[in-house]
Design a binder for this molecule. Structure first.
Ligand SMILES: *Cc1c(COP(=O)(O)O)cnc(C)c1O
Length: 239
């Protein structure tokens, strides 16, 4: 136990939490306004166990099959873990997401929304969903434009087994803080505007290891952090 508490992952988590708190304080926000999602993709169950021992309960996964296996491995954990699907979603995998995850951050099509709504088991709470916006990465096929958000939001809002919680974005990689901030501020403005029509939405998912400070400064309410918690990913091991 002692050993777990002093693991590198526990130390990394502590460090990330402290950074969130200090960045929030600089922006006159409170740390409680920013949820830390630990992105555990490609990492073994033992790494997740270390994060849990350090108090982390919310995890993000990108690959459906890998995520479903981890959800099953920790299904009996108390308190329950909260699993967020944050990867690109193909319609032939939607059932697995609807049946296993608590959240989906990457909704960007009516057809997938309809499938998730139909496939979400009636005995579970609605799937918590975010609309993914393609805010700057023209290369990416994921996400819709800001102009398309109101229509998809209205369609999702009418689906009983989905609960619209807000917006998510993965901006194109950019090392300059001011340019990161400008993109995140566009997202924050769109989020505020959407809240006019849907006052219940409360989640703006943006910020990763390399752009977390700018995301928090712009108003992110959920940062998705992998590398700073679990270390670099070894994709070769996956294939
Ligand atoms: C991998 C991933 C993250 C975490 O990225 P890091 O740079 O390792 O913090 C966050 N969000 C999404 C959608 C990802 O795919």
């Amino acid at each position: 136990m002692n050993q777990l508490q002093h693991s590198a992952i526990a130390e990394n988590l502590q460090h990330v939490r402290e950074r969130i708190a200090s960045i929030a304080a600089l922006c006159e926000r409170t740390p409680e306004e920013v949820t830390l999602l630990a992105v555990s993709k490609t990492k073994p169950a033992s790494a997740i166990e270390e994060a849990i021992a350090a108090g982390q309960l919310a995890f993000g996964e990108n690959y459906v099959q890998e995520g479903v296996e981890k959800v099953a491995a920790f299904a009996d954990h108390q308190p329950p873990l909260v699993w967020h699907f944050i990867g690109p979603l193909q319609s032939n995998k939607s059932r697995l997401v609807a049946e296993n995850f608590d959240w989906c951050h990457t909704l960007d099509r009516l057809k997938i929304a309809q499938r998730l709504n139909e496939q979400r088991p009636q005995n579970k709470p609605p799937l918590q969903v975010l609309i993914q916006v393609n805010i700057s990465d023209e290369q990416s096929k994921s996400g819709i434009t800001l102009a398309e958000v109101p229509q998809l939001a209205a369609e999702i809002a009418a689906m009983p087994q989905l609960r619209l919680r807000g917006l998510m974005a993965i901006p194109a990689a950019e090392s300059d803080y001011q340019r990161q901030l400008a993109v995140f501020q566009q997202m924050a403005a769109a989020f505020k505007q959407l809240q006019q029509s849907y006052p219940q939405i409360d989640t703006l998912s943006m910020g990763m290891t390399d752009d977390m400070p700018a995301a928090i400064a712009a108003g992110s309410t959920m940062v998705r952090i992998g590398t700073a918690i679990f270390g670099a990913r070894d994709y070769a091991a996956k294939v």
